[in-house]
Design a protein around this ligand. Structure first.
Ligand code: HEM
Length: 390
């Protein structure tokens, strides 16, 4: 949902007003449909964990944010239901488990340190998105998947188009086709020359007949997009939010307490909630909620941005407070589709937030806040550019 102009970190005031009225409200979509907006934290958690709620974009009533291309959209298991969703997700869970991810800490610290070295040696002011926020998660996910980082401009271009809301169906379909054929080729290469990476693991499963090559490529597309678009936006938007809250920035910069860093990451995830289009679902049966009933076939939009500002769960919710316990936030969703890469995202953000401001203590915004271009038109919220100086 579009955020209020002049108030770049807060969800739209109209949605907040609906939250005060009750847990469910009708909203109008681009195609004239009127799905339910689920406004509150408790009801969102209950519905996202409810087996009568489907994430299948091809079901009638699904509240799509844009026209669905003919032939559907191939973005793998994020838009599927169990058992198919679970079958595919299980094939890639191991590399994202907490222990495996924690083992990447030294490698991620090295990537971040090298990029800070390059920042300090390069032009000042500079665009933090281009020089730092995008390369960190891109380098990490490329390494994990086994995608050559040298191709990053190529795949970032397509993935930008896919997550942009204001593009035509033709443009999105073309970008998706490009990325699919890139990943399909790469899966082919891994079948011939396997390495120690996630795509090679999928290629082995293709050879064993557990997975089709197209399913493997679709999973690659999902992981590549999800792996860098989100975290990059959290790095840049999080930095901007800290610039606007200098007391909180000082807290983070002057502390070497890993507990504070971890809680800062959760609080920034809660406060910024970059997946601001809401979790989209459709009911497969009648579901009573309070004194209302969601009917089978009706669309649901779980607005996790406003759930994360629900005062019942987070007192004084509009205050960025890095010391609060924000772990119940819904920034990674909830239920079977809860973010697969959340431990990796947490680790990257912990390393970034505990390194960048300490190593460049005078880092500041190099323009006025009202000149920063925000991604109001993206499925993932953030900034297109963030000019900084030190
Ligand atoms: C700060 C960064 C991130 C945020 C805020 C985020 C947010 C989310 C959210 C809200 C969902 C749930 C979608 C739904 O219920 O409809 C999700 C799912 C997912 N995320 Fe993330 N994500 C982040 C980083 C990552 C990373 C680094 C990866 C790694 C590749 C990743 C991979 C995925 C995948 C594969 C799913 C689909 C899970 C499923 O359907 O079972 N995400 N993410």
């Amino acid at each position: 949902m579009r955020r209020a102009p002049g108030c770049p970190f807060d969800p739209p005031p109209a949605a907040r007003a609906k939250q005060e009225e009750g847990p469910l409200a009708r909203v109008g979509l681009w195609d004239g449909s009127t799905p339910w907006l689920v406004t509150r934290h408790a009801e969102q958690r209950a519905l996202m964990a409810d087996p009568r709620v489907s994430a299948d974009i091809t079901r009638p009533g699904y509240p799509s944010s844009a026209p669905i291309p003919p032939g559907g959209t191939s973005i793998s298991f994020i838009l599927m239901d169990d058992p198919e969703h679970g079958r595919l997700r299980r094939m890639v869970t191991a590399p994202f488990a907490t222990k495996r991810v924690q083992a990447l800490r030294p490698a991620i610290q090295r990537i971040v340190d090298d990029l800070v070295d390059e920042l300090l040696a390069g032009p000042n002011p500079v665009d933090l998105v281009d020089a730092f926020a995008l390369p960190v998660p891109s380098l990490v996910i490329c390494e994990l998947l086994g995608v050559p980082y040298a191709d990053h401009e190529y795949f970032q271009d397509s993935s930008k188009t896919i997550v942009k809301r204001d593009v035509s169906t033709e443009q999105r379909t073309a970008a998706m086709g490009k990325l699919m054929s890139y990943l399909d080729d790469l899966v082919g290469t891994k079948m011939e020359h396997p390495a120690d990476d996630l795509l090679s693991g999928l290629a082995t499963r293709v050879e064993a007949g557990e997975l089709t090559r197209s399913e493997a490529a679709q999973m690659g597309v999902l992981l590549l997009i999800a792996g860098h678009e989100t975290t990059a936006n959290m790095i840049a938007l999080g930095t901007l939010a800290l610039f606007e809250n200098p007391d909180q920035l000082a807290l983070l910069r002057d502390s070497d307490d890993p507990t504070l860093v971890a809680s800062a990451v959760e609080e920034l995830l809660r406060y910024l909630n970059i997946t601001h289009s809401g979790r989209r679902r459709v009911a497969t049966a009648d579901i009573p909620v309070g004194d209302q009933v969601i009917r089978a076939g009706e669309g649901l939009i779980m607005a996790n941005d406003i759930a994360n500002r629900d005062a019942e769960v987070f007192p004084d919710p509009d205050r960025l407070d890095l010391r609060r316990d924000a772990r119940r936030h819904l920034a990674f969703g909830f239920g079977v589709h809860q973010c697969l890469g959340q431990q990796l995202a947490r680790l990257e953000l912990q390393v970034v937030y505990s390194t960048l401001y300490r190593r460049i203590p005078t880092l500041e915004l190099a323009t006025d806040l009202d000149k920063v271009p925000f991604k109001h038109d993206g499925a993932v919220y953030g900034v297109y550019e963030l000019p900084v100086r030190w």
